[in-house]
Design a protein around this ligand. Structure first.
Ligand code: PA5
Length: 416
């Protein structure tokens, strides 16, 4: 097996302080602290992402594929980000068309989504741990009504999956109406549920190889839960970002030269923002897509307020080879003759790392390729790092009290 992941400080790594206290925290996180026992169902990937769950998820996905060509994922935040991050990163894999809903209150988007379903047979999966969140609750109403009008009540019922908490009102609603019920892990908060049936079912429906995804997470878990501080990539990452925070940096940019990470960034932003942004602390996470944003936010990184540090995801394999044609036209780009697009992208990446690291602290996270296996590994890596980093920062990485504030205001205005 090639190197699973490598994390390094670009430039002088000796700047990173690693204290005995940090190392004690690493051991605590590797074992899982009892104080967080109701949130650590993801720490051992077998708990919700082992063989049994993989089999069940594939079976449910096949059931959906037998009756539909489109799978509507209704969910918000941790309830839809992982599936979209994976499927958009690995690309089409002969699965169903996946449509995302329940993450907006925009009437325009509702109309567009409903229109996009015309002429398609579809199923819906309403994912809601706490079935009180307005956005998925509203979308569930709209799309189950659409199903009922199209297929009748019974026909609709076989096309409705409900992913929710065991013993909840949502489970009762599902069972009373003949919908398929999928358990949402009681011991995992949404943003840590990538490797669980919450996402495995739609991932499999979308054609992803979820066994490989799970294997990546398992291999990463084995590494991170056994490696000591000096060889533990999550430890290096967590200590580094806390060190930069202590030096006054307030924004972490996650960037890469592969636009396939566009939705992965959303997943990462949600994981870290909701986990760490509390008690007046935290790094504001922003994902940037290069080359595009070198021509916009790149300016800020190089010359703007010195509050930013940057973590590059360096993907070793380009995923394709595209020779640059030399057609003899005098376009002043003859220095590209004989090169490939991927070699130019590599040069651009190295040049950017050099330029940005001359201005701000930079980290490099290297992976071999972008596929189910590496994305599974990377998601586990960031989840583990987030737990550890939050612990170093002295916050609870598993709650999100701030999110409740807007909900309370909105519910009171809606007369709930
Ligand atoms: O990570 C989290 O816990 C949140 O982002 C939730 O996933 C999100 O708020 C959706 O919650 P629910 O599934 O309860 O509607």
């Amino acid at each position: 097996m090639k190197e699973l992941i490598d994390v390094e400080v670009i430039g002088d790594r000796s700047c990173l302080p690693s204290s005995a206290e940090h190392e004690k925290l690493l051991s605590a996180v590797q074992a899982g602290e009892s104080v967080y026992s109701d949130s650590l169902g993801w720490l051992d990937p077998d708990e919700w992402g082992g063989e049994d769950w993989l089999d069940k998820s594939i079976e449910l996905a096949e059931r959906a594929r037998a009756i539909a060509d489109t799978f509507v994922v209704i969910g918000i935040g941790g309830s839809n980000n992982s599936v979209r991050a994976l499927l958009k990163a690995v690309g089409e894999r002969c699965g169903m068309n996946i449509v995302y809903a329940g993450n907006t209150l925009s009437a325009y988007e509702y109309k567009k989504t409903a229109e996009s379903l015309e002429g398609h047979d579809f199923v819906i999966d309403c994912i809601a741990k706490n079935f009180e969140t307005l956005e998925p609750g509203l979308a569930f109403r709209i799309f189950r009504d659409l199903l009922a009008r199209r297929y009748g009540k019974e026909g609709a019922a076989e096309r409705i999956f409900c992913t929710g908490t065991v013993g909840s009102h949502f489970e009762k609603l599902a069972r009373d109406n003949g919908y398929t019920f999928i358990p949402f892990p009681g011991d995992i908060g949404g943003r840590y549920t990538a490797l669980s049936p919450v996402h495995l079912v739609p991932m499999a429906a979308g054609g992803a190889d979820i066994r490989s995804f799970s294997q990546g997470a398992h291999d990463m878990a084995r590494l991170l839960r056994t490696a000591g501080a000096a060889d533990n990539p999550a430890f290096i990452y967590a200590v580094a970002r806390n060190h930069f925070f202590s030096k006054g940096y307030r924004i972490e940019i996650l960037s890469s030269f592969e636009p396939r990470f566009r939705w992965f960034y959303k997943w990462w932003e949600q994981l870290f923002a909701e986990s760490e942004g509390k008690c007046d602390k935290g790094l504001f996470p922003v994902g940037l897509e290069f080359s595009e944003e070198l021509h916009s936010l790149g300016q800020f990184i190089q010359d703007g307020s010195p509050v930013v540090f940057e973590t590059f995801i360096d993907v070793k394999s380009a995923g394709a080879s595209v020779p640059i044609p030399a057609d003899g036209v005098d376009d002043k780009f003859s220095y590209l003759d004989g090169m490939t697009v991927e070699s130019v992208n590599r040069v651009s990446q190295e040049a950017t790392m050099k330029a940005h690291s001359s201005r701000c602290p930079c980290l490099r996270i290297s992976i071999e390729d972008i596929n189910e296996y590496t994305i599974g590994a990377l998601m586990y890596f960031f989840e583990f790092s987030c737990y550890l980093s939050g612990s170093i920062m002295g916050i609870n990485p598993f709650n999100q009290p701030g999110v409740e504030k807007y909900k309370m205001e909105m519910f009171s205005n809606l007369g709930k």
